[in-house]
Design a protein around this ligand. Structure first.
Ligand code: FES
Length: 80
């Protein structure tokens, strides 16, 4: 995803956003009882970045390859 230096982004942590991997505010719906909040972040350089979509990365909000693990693929139905 192309990200711009100095701009603040909100990475969806709850997994319910329809604008993945970014937050669309769905976590605020009181009826969904979502406790996770988005991860706010900036980048130091304007360029393309790999953002995590499986939500299992240990380097939020960036992809660390965890989606390739068998357990994550089975749980999320992600095909690599
Ligand atoms: Fe998922 Fe905001 S919609 S954190």
């Amino acid at each position: 995803m192309a990200l711009q230096e100095g701009k603040t982004y909100s990475w969806c942590l709850c997994g319910r956003s329809k604008m993945q991997p970014l937050c669309d505010g769905t976590h605020k719906d009181i009826y969904l009882k979502i406790t996770q909040r988005p991860v706010r972040f900036t980048v130091e350089k304007s360029k393309d970045y790999w953002l995590c979509n499986c939500k299992q990365t240990k380097n939020r909000p960036f992809c660390d390859g965890t989606h390739k693990n068998k357990e994550v693929q089975e749980a999320t139905n992600i095909k690599v």
